[in-house]
Design a protein around this ligand. Structure first.
Ligand SMILES: Cc1cc2nc3c(=O)[nH]c(=O)nc-3n(C[C@H](O)[C@H](O)[C@H](O)COP(=O)(O)OP(=O)(O)OC[C@H]3O[C@@H](n4cnc5c(N)ncnc54)[C@H](O)[C@@H]3O)c2cc1C
Length: 415
């Protein structure tokens, strides 16, 4: 490997950090440019992991075996009466954003991570690419990796017609301290729980506390509640108390009446145990759910990676794993082939297929979050039958994703 090869990575979140580590291990020099000047450890909430993600951490040399997160052993569906109506064995480690970010960030030499650098455009000539930043500085390399997320600045320069598409629903998210959870509901700390009222879906699970504490009694409980929300309702949710409308309202500006209504709806719709935890939790936030599929990932010496390339709806629960596998596939292709352009073509083929599958599969499943179903007048028995079907479909989807990521990890882990 030519030691002087140099990659510029735009975006210093999980996808960018995986790419930085895996390319360095392949002999590349890397520099990561992150728009935010803050440490990102406080970002994000709970995340479901897969064996493939743990393997990618191990490949980087990060000990992910011990205490990556909270072990859960099954998925349960809690029906409209609050009873556990169905339980399926499906072990999964649930973690927190910071437990992945911290070791990835700390393991990268600080001189190669440039915080507060906002990419604005790129120029390519003669197999070199130059990035231009908002502060007027430039950096040049042999490859630019766009790991700048769903709202990428790089992607629209290359694919102006591809825009995130609103799924028609939002996710309310909240974290509640374990100490706030009733003792009778502590069994939730070993399971992934599902409430499926009408056309809605709430998924909840234990995660490490924000400071990483994994001890029983000290952990957090994470709820993600998907609710059909049309564009007019979304515009109202995005309007602050001063009447200003935001494209995505900053969480502290979500109006108190909006939060009170969400808590009241939780009590009316979710199983009592989950509704109580939601109501007791910290201030809930909401995120509109979008997806996006890029028809092409490589443009000369620029490669899209992670959410910059594909955003699958969160139901596949594998966005971070996919970003890690994108990074491993790219590093392996560049190791296997001295010709950078040929390696990038291989990366494009392999990860385009993977991303397209994740987006299509998450769309298919996401159809269960439906305003039409919420409005329909089903009997309690009909609703329960539908909910059980959705629950079993979710478990099938996750088993598929587990196999899919395992296969992908196997093919990239031994180049
Ligand atoms: C509700 C919800 C639940 C989820 N649950 C899971 C789960 O259980 N498991 C899972 O694996 N995934 C989950 N995901 C998906 C996961 O969060 C994403 O797939 C993952 O964060 C993508 O990482 P990324 O590095 O590609 O992008 P991001 O994490 O979005 O990072 C992009 C980075 O680029 C930076 N940036 C942007 N523009 C610029 C610029 N112009 N210049 C420099 N830097 C820039 C940003 O500041 C940011 O730090 C979930 C997502 C949602 C919304």
């Amino acid at each position: 490997m030519t030691a002087s090869r140099h990659a510029l990575i735009i975006g210093g979140s999980l996808g960018g950090l995986f790419a930085a580590h895996l390319l360095r291990a392949s002999g590349w020099q890397v520099d990561v440019f992150e728009r935010s000047s803050e440490d990102l450890a406080g970002r994000g909430a709970g995340l479901g992991t897969h064996e493939a993600l743990i393997q990618m951490m191990r490949r980087i040399g990060i000990d992910a075996d011990t205490a990556l997160g909270v072990d859960t052993h099954s998925y349960i569906w809690i029906d409209s009466r609050g009873e556990v109506a169905c339980e399926l064995p499906l072990p999964r480690v649930m973690t927190a954003w910071s437990r992945l970010y911290r070791p990835l960030k700390d393991g990268l030499p600080a001189r190669h991570y440039h915080a507060g650098k906002s990419f604005v455009s790129a120029e390519q000539a003669g197999g070199r690419v130059t990035a231009l930043f908002a502060d007027g500085t430039r950096a040049a390399g042999d490859l630019l990796i766009a790991a700048d997320g769903a709202r990428s600045t790089v992607r629209p320069l290359l694919l102006p017609q591809i825009k995130p598409s609103y799924a028609g629903y939002i996710a309310w998210r909240t974290l509640t301290r374990e100490a706030e959870v009733a003792a009778a509901d502590r069994m939730l700390f070993t399971r992934n729980a599902f409430c499926i009222p009408g056309g809605e879906l709430a998924v909840s699970y234990p995660v490490p506390a924000r400071d990483g504490d994994l001890r029983p009694g000290k952990r957090d409980y994470n709820i993600v509640w998907y609710r059909p929300t049309d564009s007019a309702a979304l515009a109202d949710l995005n309007t602050d108390a001063a009447g200003r409308r935001h494209e995505q309202i900053p969480p502290p500006l979500i109006r108190p009446d909006v939060i009170a209504a969400a808590k009241a709806d939780a009590r009316a719709l979710l199983a009592p145990s989950i509704a109580e935890i939601f109501a007791r939790g910290g201030r809930p936030i909401f995120q509109p759910i979008y997806d996006l599929a890029s028809p092409q990932l490589v443009f000369g010496r620029i490669a899209l990676l992670g959410d910059a390339a594909f955003v699958a709806r969160p139901h596949v629960g594998a966005g971070v794993t996919k970003a890690a596998l994108d990074a491993a596939c790219l590093a392996d292709a560049l190791t296997a082939n001295e010709d950078i352009d040929a390696a990038l073509a291989d990366y494009n083929d392999a990860r385009q297929r993977a991303g397209a599958w994740a987006v299509a599969r998450s769309r298919e499943f996401g159809a269960c979050v439906s305003a039409e179903v919420s409005r329909s007048r089903l009997s309690a028995a009909e609703r329960d039958r539908r909910s059980e079907r959705v629950f079993r479909e979710y478990a099938t989807l996750h088993a598929e994703v587990r196999e899919w990521t395992k296969r992908a990890a196997h093919s990239v882990a031994s180049p």
